[in-house]
Design a protein around this ligand. Structure first.
Ligand code: ADP
Length: 488
C-alpha cells in the first residue's frame, strides 16, 4: 500500500512531543511490513538538519495559493532514519525558531496543508491512504475532498489521528483563514462542516477533520472513550458520538531501535530482564552525572513537557513527598511558558543543597535515556493523557511507572494490587483522582515496596519489561483500518 503521512512534526528532526515519535515509528514499521510510506512536513529553519540524510531539492516552484497571490515554495527530499521525507518551504511561515507558539500558527499550518496537497497533486502522488495528524493538518481532509476531488484526484482515503484534543485549531476569522487557501469560508459555517459547537462564529479545524475523514483514530482506546464524554471531549464529544462508527483508539508503540535497554548506547550499561540487576550500574552513572548522593534509596523520576496537562502541582508535590519517604527525585522537563520554568527554578534553588534531588530545566535526549535506565520508578501524574510514551519507555527499561488512571496510562499500567490482572502481569502503581492524597498513596506504596519487598518490586519491574510495546501490533491495527476504508 502507498501511504502518505502529512504531519507538523517528525522525530528527531522536528519534535515537540509524542506526535513526532509516532509519525517516525509508525512509518518505519509500516515500511518494514512492505508498505511504501512518504512523510510530508514543513521545512522549519529550526529543524535538526544534521538528522536528515541526503537532503536535496526535488521541486522548484510549487505555486501555492496565499490570499490573492500564489507563492513559489520549494520541496526538498531526504531520509529521516530511512523514512523518505519531503520538506516544504513556507517562507516566513517556516522560518521560525520553534514549531508552534506563534500568533499566526493557524495560517502557517493551513498554508502548509494546502502546499502538501498541492505538491502531491502536481507530482501525481496518488496514495491509497493520506494519514494526517492533529489540528495542524486538520484542513487536509477538507481540502482533499472539496478541492482536489473536483480536479479528478479521488482515489485516496483519509485517516486523521487525534494525538491531543486540547488544541483544536479554533479560529474566529474563518473566512479569512479558509479564503487564504482557496476555500469559500461562508459555506463552512455549519455544524456538519467546520462550525465549532461551543464558540459562535468560530471554525474548528479538528472538527472539520473528523467530519471529512474516512476514519478517525486516537492514541488509546480509553482516550477514545473519554473523548466521547463531556469531560474529555472538549466540545467534540457530540460530534464524536455521532461518528463513533468511524472512531477507534490504538495505543502508540515506541521505537524499539531507539528505546532498547539491551542496545541503547546512550546508557552506561546495557541489560535485559534476565540481567536486570545490571540496571543498577545505570543508577550509579545517573547519580554521578547529576551529583546525587550514593545512598540506599530509590530514585523516582519525571521526564516531561511541563504543561498543565502533565499535572504540574502533582509533580511539585511529588518532589517533597519523595524526599519525605527517603527517596531521591529527578525531574527533566521544560515548559513553553517562562513562568512555569520560573516556578521550577525556584524549587531547584530552594533545594540546591539537598543531595537527593536534581531538577534539570531543559530538553536533553541523552539524559532522558539515562534517567529511564537508571531510575527505579517513573512518575506520570497527568490530568489527562491521550496515550503517553514515557510510561511505555520506562516499562521497557524496567523502571516501574506510577501513573494516574487516565487515557493511555489506564490502558498500559496495571496496579501492583490488581488481583484480577494477576501477579505476573501487574507492572506499576496507579492512582485515580488527581489529588495530593491519592498521588502520595501510590507514590508511597511504590517506595515502601522498594524498601520492604525488593523481590516483589523486581517482579513488578520485570513484568513491565515483558510486555511488547513495539510498533508491531499498533501498525497492524492501522493497516487493518487502512484496508477497511480502502475497501469501502
Ligand atoms: P507529549 O507528547 O504529551 O509531550 P509523550 O509522553 O507522548 O508526551 O511523549 C513525550 C516524549 O518526549 C518522550 O519521548 C519523552 O522522553 C520526551 N521528552 C519530554 N520532555 C523531555 C525533555 N525535557 N528532555 C528529553 N526528552 C523529553
Amino acid at each position: 500500500m502507498y501511504i502518505v503521512m502529512i504531519s507538523p512534526e517528525i522525530a528527531p528532526v522536528a519534535k515537540v512531543g509524542g506526535l513526532a515519535d509516532v509519525v517516525l515509528g509508525l512509518s518505519k514499521q509500516l515500511m518494514q511490513m512492505g508498505h511504501d510510506v512518504d512523510v510530508i512536513v514543513p521545512m522549519y529553519s529550526c529543524m535538526r538538519y544534521d538528522k536528515i540524510e541526503g537532503l536535496h531539492e526535488v521541486y522548484e516552484q510549487l505555486w501555492t495559493p496565499h490570499f490573492n497571490e500564489w507563492r513559489p515554495e520549494k520541496v526538498f527530499e531526504g531520509r529521516v532514519e530511512g523514512v523518505k521525507t519531503y520538506f516544504i518551504t513556507g517562507g516566513n511561515y517556516t522560518d521560525r525558531d520553534r514549531v508552534y507558539g506563534y500568533d499566526d500558527d493557524l495560517f502557517r499550518f493551513v498554508y502548509f496543508s494546502r502546499a502538501a496537497l498541492e505538491f502531491m497533486q502536481k507530482t501525481e502522488k496518488r496514495p491509497e491512504i493520506i494519514h494526517c495528524h492533529d489540528w495542524a493538518t486538520g484542513l487536509v481532509p477538507v481540502l482533499y475532498y472539496d478541492i482536489y476531488n473536483a480536479l479528478g484526484w479521488d482515489n485516496s482515503r483519509v485517516v486523521f489521528t487525534i494525538h491531543n484534543n486540547e488544541c483544536q485549531g479554533l479560529c474566529w476569522y474563518g473566512d479569512k483563514l479558509l479564503g487564504m487557501v482557496g476555500l469559500h469560508g461562508g459555506q463552512y459555517y455549519t455544524p456538519d462542516r467546520l462550525k465549532d459547537g461551543s464558540h459562535n462564529n468560530c471554525i474548528n479545524l479538528m472538527r472539520g477533520a473528523i467530519v471529512y475523514s474516512n476514519f478517525v483514530t486516537t492514541v488509546s482506546p480509553t482516550f477514545a472513550g473519554e473523548m466521547k464524554t463531556p469531560g474529555g471531549g472538549r466540545g467534540l464529544d457530540g460530534l464524536l458520538n455521532k461518528y463513533s462508527d468511524k472512531l477507534g483508539g490504538i495505543i502508540n508503540g515506541i521505537d524499539t531501535s531507539i528505546w532498547d535497554p539491551e542496545k541503547d548506547d546512550r546508557i552506561a550499561h546495557n541489560y535485559n530482564a534476565e540481567t536486570f540487576v545490571e540496571k543498577y550500574k545505570n543508577k550509579y552513572a545517573l547519580r554521578e552525572w547529576l551529583q546525587l548522593a550514593d545512598a540506599w534509596k530509590p530514585i523516582v523520576s519525571v521526564v516531561t513537557r511541563l504543561t498543565h496537562q502533565k499535572g504540574l502541582d502533582l509533580i511539585k508535590r511529588a518532589i517533597y513527598s519523595t524526599l519525605e519517604k527517603e527517596g531521591q527525585f529527578i525531574l527533566l522537563g521544560e515548559s513553553p511558558d517562562a513562568a512555569v520554568n520560573g516556578d521550577f527554578w525556584r524549587i531547584k534553588n530552594e533545594l540546591k543543597d539537598c543531595p537527593d534531588v536534581h531538577i534539570w530545566i531543559g530538553y536533553h535526549e541523552d539524559l532522558a535515556h539515562l534517567i529511564y535506565a537508571g531510575s527505579d520508578m517513573f512518575l506520570v501524574p497527568s490530568l489527562f493523557e491521550p496515550c503517553g510514551l514515557t510510561q511505555l519507555i520506562s516499562l521497557r527499561y524496567g523502571t516501574v511507572p506510577i501513573v494516574r488512571k487516565t487515557g493511555g496510562l489506564a490502558d498500559t499500567v496495571f496496579d501492583a494490587g490488581d488481583v484480577e490482572k494477576g501477579e505476573d502481569k501487574v507492572n506499576g502503581f496507579v492512582f485515580d483522582a488527581a489529588t495530593p492524597a491519592e498521588l502520595d498513596n501510590a507514590l508511597w506504596r511504590g517506595i515502601r515496596c522498594w524498601f520492604e519487598k525488593p523481590e516483589d518490586f523486581n517482579r513488578i519491574a520485570t513484568n513491565g519489561m515483558a510486555y511488547d510495546w513495539s510498533w508491531k501490533n499498533p501498525a497492524c491495527d492501522y493497516e487493518n483500518i487502512y484496508n477497511y476504508i480502502k475497501a469501502k
